[in-house]
Design a protein around this ligand. Structure first.
Ligand code: SF4
Length: 398
C-alpha cells in the first residue's frame, strides 16, 4: 500500500539550527498550496509512472485515481505531512487537502485506517484546530517540543514557550488525538547549561506515545553556524552527544519505551508506520517542494525552493528536479545501513557473518547476534557509520 509524504514548506521564522527547505511567510498561501499539490498528483498520474511501483500488484497509476473507481487494497497506508510547519495551514485548507488525497488514492474509502501524521508546532495547537484536525482525519501529531527550557527555546529561535507544550498535548488528547509524539533535540552547546535530565522528565511526565530524539548538528548557512564561526557558540561535542544519547536511552527504556530505531522510541503499539516504511526500504511518493520519492530502485526529488516549485507546477511542468537510479551495490549499502538503524537489525547472510571484526564488536558490546540477526546496542548505534563502513567496505551515505 502506498506511503505518501507531503512537504509543507512554510514557517513563521527560521530556527537557529535549521537548514531545511522552507519559505518564511507571515501569511501562508494555503489555497495555492492545496491547488498545486492536486496538480502535482495529476502530473504524476498523467506521466508514465514507469518503475514507480508501489506494490508488486499495481503501479502508482493504478493506485491514483480521482474517480475513485471502487475500493481495493491499494489505498493509502500512511500519510505524513512534514515541513516546514504543516500546522500553519488553516484547518479548512488542511481538511480540503486531506479530502483530495483520500480521493486521489482509490482504495482509500476513509482515512480511518490510514496513519495520518501532522507535524505541528505547539503554538499552533488550539482546541478548535485540534478538533478540526481530528475531524479532517489526522490521527497522529508529531509535536516540535525540542526543550522545556524557555531560555533554550529562545536560543533556538522557536516560537513557543515550555508551558505551551503541555497545553498542546492536553488539547490534542481532548480532541481525540491520542497518538502524540514529541521531538527533542539534545547535545546542545555546553554554555547553554541545558539540563537534559530535566527535559526528559518533563517530556515523560506528559506520557507521549512516541519520542523522537535528534542530536544537534551544525549545518552551513544557519544562524548556529555563524555563531560558531565568530565564537559566540561552541560546536556540538561528541562526548556530550554520546552521554546524552545513552542517558535518554536508559531513562526512556526504564519508563517502558522501546527504541525501535536509533532516534525513535515508542510505547507498545505506537511505532510510526510511516517511518518504519522508510527504514524497511519500501517505496514512497513525496509531493511538495523538496519532497523525495523512491520506488525501490530510483530516487527522485522535487525542486526545493517554493517559488521554483510553484512556477513549475502552475505551468503544468513536473516539479521533479532530478533522479538517481541506485546500483545494486548502493541498494545493498542502503539496506545494511537502514536495517542496522532499527531494533530488528540486519539479517546475517554469509559475507557479513564471516567478517573478522564481528567478534570484536560483540566483545565490546556494540552489537549482539540474535539468532540470524545482527542488532546494534545503544553503544553500537553511536558508531553506526563506522560499523556499516566495516561491514560493507564502504562509507554509508544513506
Ligand atoms: S519550525 Fe522546523 S522547519 Fe521551520 S525553521 Fe524551525 S526547525 Fe526548520
Amino acid at each position: 500500500m502506498p506511503h505518501l509524504y507531503l512537504h509543507v514548506p512554510f514557517c513563521v521564522r527560521r530556527c537557529s539550527y535549521c537548514d531545511f527547505s522552507i519559505a518564511v511567510r507571515k501569511r501562508v498561501p494555503a489555497e495555492e498550496y492545496v491547488v498545486l499539490i492536486q496538480r502535482e498528483l495529476e502530473l504524476v498520474r498523467a506521466a508514465d509512472p514507469g518503475p514507480l511501483l508501489f506494490e508488486p500488484r499495481g503501479t502508482l497509476k493504478d493506485s491514483l485515481s480521482v474517480a475513485a473507481p471502487g475500493s481495493d487494497d491499494r489505498g493509502l497506508d500512511t500519510l505524513y505531512l512534514g515541513g516546514g510547519t504543516p500546522s500553519l495551514l488553516p484547518a479548512d485548507a488542511l481538511a480540503t487537502l486531506l479530502t483530495i488525497l483520500r480521493d486521489a488514492f482509490h482504495g482509500t474509502p476513509s482515512l480511518d485506517a490510514v496513519e495520518v501524521t501532522l507535524e505541528a508546532n505547539p503554538e499552533d495547537v488550539t482546541p478548535d484546530n485540534a478538533v478540526a484536525w481530528r475531524r479532517a482525519g489526522v490521527n497522529r501529531v508529531s509535536l516540535g517540543a525540542q526543550s522545556f527550557d524557555d531560555r533554550v527555546l529562545r536560543w533556538m529561535h522557536r516560537s513557543h514557550d515550555a508551558a505551551r507544550i503541555g497545553d498542546a498535548v492536553g488539547m490534542l488528547r481532548g480532541a481525540g488525538i491520542d497518538n502524540v509524539s514529541l521531538d527533542l533535540i539534545f547535545a546542545l552547546p555546553v554554555e547553554l547549561g541545558r539540563d537534559w535530565a530535566r527535559d526528559l522528565d518533563h517530556a515523560l511526565a506528559l506520557e507521549p506515545s512516541h519520542l523522537s530524539l535528534y542530536g544537534l548538528t551544525v549545518e552551513q548557512r544557519t544562524p548556529l553556524a555563524r555563531w560558531i564561526s565568530r565564537g559566540a557558540a561552541t560546536a556540538p561535542d561528541d562526548e556530550r552527544y554520546a552521554a546524552e544519547y545513552l542517558q535518554a536511552h536508559h531513562r526512556l527504556t526504564a519508563c517502558g519505551y522501546h527504541f525501535y530505531e536509533v532516534s525513535n522510541a515508542a510505547r507498545n503499539g505506537w511505532r510510526s508506520r510511516h517511518n518504519a516504511a522508510y527504514w524497511s526500504g519500501r517505496p514512497y511518493l513525496g509531493c511538495g517542494p523538496a519532497a523525495h520519492s523512491f520506488d525501490g530502485r530510483v530516487r527522485r526529488w522535487n525542486l526545493a525552493a517554493w517559488e521554483a516549485y510553484r512556477r513549475a507546477v502552475a505551468a503544468g511542468r513536473s516539479p521533479v528536479e532530478s533522479e538517481e537510479a541506485l546500483s545494486d551495490e548502493q541498494r545493498e549499502l542502503e539496506r545494511v545501513y537502514l536495517s542496522l538503524r532499527t531494533a530488528d537489525g540486519l539479517h546475517l547472510t554469509a559475507p557479513y557473518r564471516l567478517l573478522p571484526s564481528l567478534p570484536v564488536w560483540v566483545d565490546r558490546g556494540w552489537v549482539e547476534v540474535r539468532g540470524e540477526r545482527l542488532v546494534c546496542t545503544p553503544e553500537g548505534w553511536l558508531r553506526l557509520d563506522a560499523l556499516v563502513g566495516d561491514l560493507t567496505g564502504r562509507q554509508a551515505t544513506a
